[in-house]
Each structure stands twice: as C-alpha cells, then as structure tokens.
Design a protein. Sequence first.
Length: 255
Amino acid sequence: MDAETLITISQQLAALAEGLRDGNLAGAPQAITSADLPVRLIHTRADLLQTFDSMIDRAVHSIDAFDRGERPEQSQPQSSAQPAALQRGVRFRVVYDPLVFRRDDLTRGMLDSVRQGEQARVSTNISARLLIRDREEFIIQPAKPATGSPLAIQFESDELADFINGVFSTIWDTALQVGNRQFESGRLLDDDEIQILRLLAAGQKDEAVARVLGVSVRTVQRKVQSLQRSFGAASRFQLGAISARHLLVDQTGQP
C-alpha cells in the first residue's frame, strides 16, 4: 500500500473525528455520513486523561492506539492504568509518530511501556490520536483542535467499528516494526539504514549510496525497498522526503 493511500485513510479518520465533534459528518467516508451517534465531547485535558484511564481499566481483551506525542510539557507520559491492564493480559498495540522521540519524557514513557509488554511500532501516517478499547469503544483526538472546540470525542458504534478498526489495522500493518533492543537504544534504524536515508534525502542515487556503504547496488536497492515498505513510501524520493520531514535523519548526506 502506498503512502498516498495511507495518508488518505488517516485523514478520513481525522475528518470523522472533526465531524462527530462538530455534528457534521460531511467529511467522513461515504458509508458513514448518515450516522446518528451519541457522542460525548471531552473539553479538558483532565477529563481526557481520566477517560483514557477509565477505558483502559475496563479493557478485557485489547487496547489499540495512535500516539502523536502532542501533549503539554510535564504531562503524564503513560496512563496510570496501563501497567495493571498489561498484567491482567490486555494486549496493547500502539503506533507512535516519530515526533514522540523529540521529547525525553515521552520516549522514556514509551520505553517503560515496551518493557512492560506493549507492542509498539512507528509510522508517519497518523493524523489523529486514537484509543480503541476491545474494538468497540473509541476516543479520537484531532491533531489541532480549534480554539474553543472540544479536545476529543468518545463514543461506541457498531456502524463505525469496522471502519475505525480497519484504519488502525492498515496503519499498524504498514508501520515500522521496531524491536525492544532498538527502543532501548533509542534508535529506530540500524547504521546502514540511517546512512541510506541520509543519502536519499540528499538526492544521492543508488550507485553513490553503494559506494559509500561499500556494498553492491542490489543490496542498496533491497534495503531501500524494505524501508519504502516500512514507511509506506511510493518512491525513493518520497522515502527521502519522509525521513527528512520527520527528523529521522538529517539531510547532510555525509558518511
């Protein structure tokens, strides 16, 4: 699946959140524009945190989430309800935006969660914060709520469940799979992958990348294809742009 498709799917989720919040589903996917749902609007961060904790406390089977890392300084990096939920066997799958790695407190919170058993991946294709309890209850937080607008919405809907769970599954399946060792080291990519992304971001061709790394062009092409799949990039150029835009690498192209 290419990056444009992933972005469209993610944007549909964000449009759904804004439509439910504003009582206007015109921007949502066609199949759900007529939905009439009881929606609870969340106006304060205290209410948002309490609602997250409550949903996690009530989880029986699973919690799935998108985390964009957009939280105020000094905010709680991990839900206080998560350790107990993990201990009782609730499966946690979280897709993080790379922006999370800009803040030490959020990175530490993520590492603690992974150590406790959370499954974590990284994707640049997240347009809204999302929490799903047992595939049936949802919180969606638009990336940048307008001034005076609710921060997030909470609802349950059989009509929307397939769509929202499908969005999560699609992003999860195409997200960068990162093992515990990579999280522990704070590095998403190995040295060769970082160097490849730097060189691509600087506009270098496969032959030049191969010379720098001292490997064959075919090896470079294989690694590039693997990175494209991980980041949902349709081309080498798009892969370089994604990595530079999200600060995964710098653009110097220097060995």
